[in-house]
Unconditional design. Structure first.
Length: 557
């Protein structure tokens, strides 16, 4: 039984759509666990000072992971590993083991240095949070980037072997560890228990991939000189990519720091809404970009540039196909989603409404964020890691400056404040300034997409007319479907059946299913190509017929 389980977990998955749906299914499971995690946090603490402290503490290790631990990212390692794999002799494994040792030594030394200066760093990050618990929690969480960075290195081997099942299990275990920390460790250890739960999750994230990595033997070794030469090449590729990744974390650092000056609970509201918008982003944007990357790297390495562009266009069309309806329906059903997911214990109705309003602003950039992920990976596959850095800088500048400008206008213009609060139905709730931080983040993501897409379409010769037609079809069908959902909400909202969690679930599910059904019917009536391709890919995934290595719809569309 154990052997069968290991074979299932370690099996290869071929074909972009099938790999994307496998990744999306596991991403959905991981995000559901993340929602359970957030519900437990919301029920236990509510939008309070304690939860503000918890989320503020995460910013330092997350930034460390983005700026240092990600230098040896799978996107920079994969081309080097592919070269060693083609040479044979197990040299790829030898090189990866040497890289892993270098990482542990280097990352451990940097984390130890940061450990000493945590009090000064936290005083800069969140000057209004003076609790010593913040320092304690940050110091515990410094183990997280070490473990996740090592897991990220192993993930390059996992993806090279097309073991997308295994790759997808790690985030599930990470969230299980955090949940264990909330449920079992916090009652016994206090705030430190939350930190040790995160460390446990990060350890499982790493360890689940280790047996498959150690079971394969290397018959040849890579010399130390060659290892350092290729390591320097990896770092050369990684530094721009890491800086681009750090741009997003820098934006979050700045926005969380701004939120610390606002009403108590603003950091919690901001991060709850951010985590909720990450669910569709992970399921759609991350799944497709991760699934497409290995094939994109291979096509570019083989010089098949026409196939490379067609494959990219297919992936992008399907991201828009899923992201646009997700955006519209999340906006319409936001209150039901937030209340069902987070509405328990200390999380009040006012917290729910404010989080729902922030979610609506965050999700405006869902399609932009999702496509940007694919664009970045297209450049990484082509060996160009510098250009994503350019629009990453645009994101930082626009999101931070945009948030500050929006806050200033929000406070100086009564008309603007009343308009936004009325549109989002939060006019009678204090602390609405935090919504401007969500709006600033969305503006930064959209600006990043606009710059990135313009360069991308030119460099890779993408047929934008087909994408434009899809965007129109998907948006039109989503608006019609979401109107049906809105009508269902309006009717059921007067029946008095939505005062319980079950009532909210039934109301939201009914509205969502009917709305999505109408959306699908409209797309079908328009002869939408992506709908047919998605159905074909799902049928192939679950049909009892062995799959081919690359689907024809992946590269012939």
């Amino acid at each position: 039984m154990v052997r069968s389980l290991l074979q299932l977990v370690g099996r290869e998955v071929r074909g972009m759509h099938q790999a994307a749906y496998v990744l999306a299914a596991f991403a959905l499971g991981s995000q559901l666990l993340a929602l359970v995690r957030d519900r437990l946090l919301a029920a236990t603490f509510g939008a309070t000072h304690t939860l503000d402290l918890y989320y503020a503490a995460f910013r330092i290790p997350d930034f460390l992971f983005a700026t240092v631990a990600s230098l040896l990212s799978l996107y920079a390692l994969l081309p080097i590993l592919t070269k060693y794999e083609q040479e044979g002799g197990g040299r790829m494994l030898s090189f990866l083991r040497q890289i892993l040792l270098v990482f542990f030594v280097g990352m451990g030394a940097i984390s130890a240095a940061v450990f000493l200066f945590v009090p000064s760093i936290t005083a800069w990050l969140a000057p209004t949070i003076t609790s010593p618990d913040l320092t304690l929690l940050v110091r515990i969480l410094l183990l997280q980037p070490i473990l996740l960075g090592a897991s990220n290195i192993l993930a390059s081997y996992t993806q090279l072997r097309s073991r997308f099942f295994l790759y997808s299990i790690s985030p599930l275990l990470y969230n299980i560890g955090i949940i264990f920390g909330v449920v079992a460790l916090y009652p016994r250890l206090g705030i430190a228990g939350l930190g040790w739960g995160v460390v446990l999750g990060a350890a499982m994230h790493f360890l689940v991939q280790l047996p498959f990595f150690t079971s394969e033997k290397a018959t040849e070794t890579v010399s130390v000189r060659m290892m350092w030469r290729d390591l320097l090449h990896v770092l050369t590729l990684s530094v721009p990519r890491t800086l681009a990744l750090a741009a997003g974390q820098l934006s979050l650092l700045a926005l969380v720091s701004i939120a610390s000056y606002l009403a108590t609970g603003s950091i919690s509201i901001f991060m709850f809404a951010y985590n909720l918008q990450a669910v569709p982003l992970t399921i759609i944007g991350v799944s497709y970009s991760v699934a497409a990357f290995p094939t994109l790297a291979r096509l570019h390495a083989d010089g098949e540039h026409a196939e490379f562009s067609r494959y990219l266009e297919t992936a992008m069309r399907h991201i828009f196909f899923w992201a646009i309806p997700a955006t519209v329906f999340v906006i319409v059903l936001r209150a039901q989603l937030v209340r069902v997911i987070l509405g328990a214990g200390a999380f009040s109705w006012s917290d729910t409404r404010l989080t729902a309003a922030a979610l609506a602003l965050f999700v405006l950039s869902l399609a932009a964020q999702s496509v940007t992920l694919l664009i970045a990976r297209a450049y990484y596959a082509a060996g160009n890691t510098k250009k994503p850095l350019y629009w990453g800088a645009v994101n930082v500048a626009v999101s931070i400056c945009g948030a500050l400008l929006c806050v200033a206008i929000f406070h100086s213009s009564l008309f603007m404040r009343s308009f936004i609060e009325t549109m989002l139905r939060v006019a009678d709730i204090p602390g609405t300034t935090v919504l401007m931080l969500a709006l600033g983040y969305a503006l930064g993501a959209v600006a990043q997409f606009a710059v990135g897409f313009s360069l991308f379409a030119r460099d890779f010769h993408i047929n934008t007319s087909r994408i434009s037609a899809l965007v129109f079809q998907s948006f039109a069908a989503s608006v019609i479907g979401s109107f049906v959902s809105y009508l269902v909400l309006a009717v059921t909202g007067t029946t008095g059946t939505i005062n319980t969690v079950l009532g909210l679930v039934l109301q939201g599910a009914t509205a969502g299913v009917l709305g999505l059904t109408v959306t699908g019917l409209v797309l079908y009536s328009l002869g939408n190509q992506e709908l047919c391709e998605a159905w074909t890919a799902l049928h192939r995934r679950f049909a009892p017929i062995p799959t081919v290595s690359i689907e024809t719809t992946d590269i012939s569309s």
